[in-house]
Design a protein around this ligand. Structure first.
Ligand SMILES: [Zn+2]
Length: 460
């Protein structure tokens, strides 16, 4: 099976140039002007751009939460991702406190095997650290190809580890070449604000936002960077939303730390005024919450200054009926929103089309940096000879509108309903196979592969 893509504008994190790309089996075999290969399929990409397949480093598929599950499973979630040009996602395995990492891995393997349409990997969320878990952490890095470990500084009693466990985990991960990632918010401060608002009878989604002020994220982000400095471990802060947290990272860079930052598309696009619409605001109840306009400015400039390396989604959709579990209590609204499908198009439209970031920066933060930080580069995340043929052919002029009526995510509303977007995915290749063409998915469940990752952060 071979594919020749002709005359497209190839865009990588470093360069932009017009070329043909020739693909054989799973790999990119040649890139050049007027290539003379005969191929099974020829795609004319004149006037279109060719990006490396997007990598979303932060999704939650089929995730248990408050007695229910996020509404996209591996099939619907990875398929929707492909429609939007994201060829690979990294999901989170959650350790049950008191149980082993391997039991959790088995559970997540059952969710994904035979179901995933697009490629995937896992971060391992360590929620209960002890000597036995330390041994498993080493096995995950050396045998399972899972080299990033998620921690929570919030959700006490379910997911949170204390600072002592955090430091011990960092030491083990550092020694074996992995990376510690973090949900950096001060759980105790938030819990007390939630309790206070509930006692006052404040039940609306707005109080979810008011219970997680910027300082709760800024404080925890700073504490995390201090613990990284103390252990010399590389770290990665997920879903950063605000100026205060970004400033904590800015200060930490004076110590020449290995610290990476992810923001998510919603924090660049949407703001907290959405919480003022009574229960409608539940659509955007997520943690951390949407912030202010000044934070959006800080995040865009953080991307341009190289303080923020990746843009993910924290995709964690719930049906409207599920959101209504919190009709009379904001703390019972399942956290998360659907975004896996539109990350690349929204980032292109809002970022590149409106002149906030360059085309190459777009590729860097939507694909290349995630591949580098998480140990998959140059197999994933770039367009180069020998790389996986994960390619997005993109029409930069095409205008369209986002709606739950046309999206492919298993969610009955959109957080971006009616949003006008410039630039649309037209064809997607995953490991040399046509995944998306003519608005249809051509891959079956089970095509998606678990991608084993190397030890991380050596390249970036
Ligand atoms: Zn998340």
């Amino acid at each position: 099976m071979s594919i020749l893509i002709k005359n497209g504008t190839v865009v990588t994190a470093a360069e932009t140039y017009i070329a043909d790309v020739y693909v054989e089996e799973e790999k990119i075999v040649a890139i050049g002007k007027a290539l003379s290969y005969t191929a099974d399929i020829i795609i004319d990409a004149t006037g279109k751009m060719i990006f490396p397949g997007g990598i979303d480093p932060h999704v939650h598929l089929d995730m248990p939460f408050m007695g229910t599950y996020s509404s996209d499973d591996y099939e619907t979630g990875t398929r929707a991702a492909l429609f939007g040009g994201t060829t690979m996602v990294i999901d989170f395995i959650l350790q049950t406190q008191g149980d082993t990492l391997y039991n959790a891995l088995n559970t997540w393997q059952k969710k994904s095997k035979g179901k995933a349409v697009g490629d995937y990997s896992y971060h391992m969320a360590v929620t209960d650290f002890n000597d036995d878990v330390a041994k498993e952490v080493v096995q995950f890095i050396t045998e399972e190809g899972i080299s990033s470990f998620k921690t929570f500084m919030a959700y006490k009693g379910a997911l949170m580890i204390d600072d002592g466990q955090m430091v011990q985990l960092m030491k083990v991960v550092k020694e074996h070449g992995g990376l510690v990632t973090v949900h950096a918010t001060n759980g105790d401060m938030i819990d007390s604000l939630v309790a206070k608002n509930k006692a006052l009878g404040n039940t609306a989604p707005l109080y979810h936002y008011l219970s997680q002020p910027e300082v709760t994220e800024a404080e925890a982000s700073a504490r995390f960077t201090d613990m990284l400095a103390y252990t010399d471990c590389p770290g990665y802060i997920v879903h950063m939303t605000c100026e205060g947290a970004l400033n904590a990272v800015r200060r930490s860079t004076l110590r020449n730390q290995k610290i990476f930052v992810e923001t998510c598309i919603q924090y660049l696009m949407l703001d907290a005024s959405l919480y003022e619409n009574d229960f409608e605001g539940a659509k955007w109840v997520m943690s951390p919450p949407l912030r202010e306009k000044k934070d959006q400015e800080a995040l865009w400039s953080g991307i341009n200054q190289g303080l923020i390396q990746t843009v993910g989604t924290d995709h964690c959709p719930f049906m409207w009926e599920q959101k209504k579990m919190g009709k009379n209590d904001f703390s019972k609204i399942p956290n998360g929103h659907p975004a896996i499908e539109h990350r690349m198009e929204l980032l292109f439209s809002e970022g590149v089309h409106k002149g906030k970031i360059s085309l190459n920066k777009f590729v860097e933060v939507s694909a290349t940096n995630a591949a580098k930080i998480f140990g998959m580069y140059p197999k994933k995340g770039t367009i180069a000879i020998g790389s996986d043929a994960d390619l997005v052919i993109f029409d930069p002029q095409k205008e369209h509108e986002i709606s739950s009526k046309t999206h492919h995510m298993n969610c009955d509303y959109s957080g971006y309903e009616g949003q006008k977007v410039t630039g649309k995915v037209s064809t997607v290749l995953l490991r040399g196979k046509i995944a998306i063409q003519d608005e249809k998915c051509h891959l079956k469940p089970g095509f998606g592969k678990f991608i084993k990752r190397k030890t991380t952060t050596k390249i970036i």
